[in-house]
Write a protein that binds this ligand. Structure first.
Ligand code: PHE
Length: 339
């Protein structure tokens, strides 16, 4: 019986089989229990001998069962470890990584440049008061130049800002000039009632700059714009200023940079002029300064405004502004700086 038990234990290759063997040999209905139960029918002399023998067989089988159980558990664990092993030498699965939108990349680029020159970056509300978007910028209600910026009105006094200039008005109004000059840029989204096509979008971006200090001249403005153009396009690019008109600046200029396509020789992109218009600028109009409470006998300044969308189109040769707002990853991932 003992041998048979040991034999069955050693061939049991699963925990459940092993349990069957235990029940068969050592269980309540098993032969050993039966022998022990039958002891009461034996004589006094036989009892201890039979008992001792039966116990020995039971103990031996029990310990062998435990041993085999350990073995099987260990084998199961080894098998599991082997199956779930990770091969750390395999190349990883590359993860798709996002990146800032191409327009945001240009804004970040310009923010870095101007922060380095001591400007602060200021943001303002996109839903704006008529007062800041127009009136404080020398555009009273009946001013014809309001037509230049066809505006989304929410009420008579509230509108979607059509430019980021209201941020300048808000900041100028608050600025304490006894503590030093004001140098700021304001990047952000602006809205105009344009019909969307390849070169117009009802939503686009602006970055405007404003410097107010003593003794600011047009030369400071030009120097700043040259630095800006070289940063964005490269050292070979030149800047020229042309007279223009904006209600908030006097004199006003428009700035051209060397045509990126023909480098000034003249081509179809620049209509043979060799130049491409990139921004508007000028010396801040005294009315604008006065309305913001700035002492025009002491202070003056310049302002400029440019469109990152247009910059991105020029720099990357994108021929339809709407691409920037469709959020097609195939388009946007072309401008992945991280490669
Ligand atoms: N805010 C002006 C516009 O949208 C741009 C500009 C800003 C022009 C500052 C001159 C000076 O037309």
């Amino acid at each position: 019986l003992e041998e048979k038990g040991l034999q069955e234990i050693s061939v049991a290759n699963e925990l459940s089989k092993l349990n069957e063997v235990r029940v068969n040999f050592l269980g309540k209905k098993g032969p050993i229990t039966e022998v022990l139960r039958g002891m009461r029918d034996l004589s006094k002399e036989e009892r201890p001998k039979v008992g001792e023998f039966a116990n020995k067989v039971r103990d031996n089988l029990t310990s062998k069962l435990e041993e085999r159980k350990e073995e099987l558990a260990q084998a199961a664990l080894n098998k599991k470890l082997a199956e779930e092993a990770v091969d750390v030498t395999l190349p990883g699965t590359p993860m798709k990584q996002g990146q800032p939108h191409v327009i945001q990349q240009i804004i970040d680029n310009l923010e870095d440049l101007f922060l380095g020159m001591g400007y602060q970056v200021v943001e303002g509300p996109e839903v704006e008061l008529d007062r800041y978007n127009f009136e404080m910028l020398n555009l009273p209600k009946d001013h014809p130049a309001r037509d230049m910026q066809d505006t989304f009105y929410i009420t008579d006094e509230v509108l979607m800002r059509s430019q980021t200039s209201p941020v300048q008005a808000r900041t100028m109004e608050k600025h304490d000039f006894s503590k030093g000059p004001l140098k700021m840029i304001s990047p952000g989204v602006v809205y105009r009632r344009d019909t969307d096509d390849a070169t117009h979008s009802h939503q686009f971006h602006q970055i405007e700059g404003l410097v107010i200090d003593k003794n600011i001249t047009m030369g400071d403005l030009k120097g700043t714009l040259v630095t800006l153009a070289k940063e964005l396009f490269g050292d070979r690019f030149e800047v020229r200023l042309r007279p223009s008109y904006f209600p908030f600046t006097e004199p006003s200029v428009e700035a051209d940079v060397t045509c990126f396509n023909c480098m000034g020789k003249g081509c179809s992109v620049c209509k043979s002029t060799g130049w491409i218009e990139v921004l508007g600028a000028g010396m801040v109009h005294p009315n604008v300064l006065k309305m913001a409470g700035v002492d025009t006998d002491v202070y003056g300044g310049f302002a400029f405004g440019l469109g990152p969308d247009r910059f991105a189109m020029l720099r990357y040769g994108v021929d339809d502004i709407r691409n920037f707002y469709l959020n097609d990853v195939r388009f946007l991932s072309q401008f992945n700086k991280r490669g």
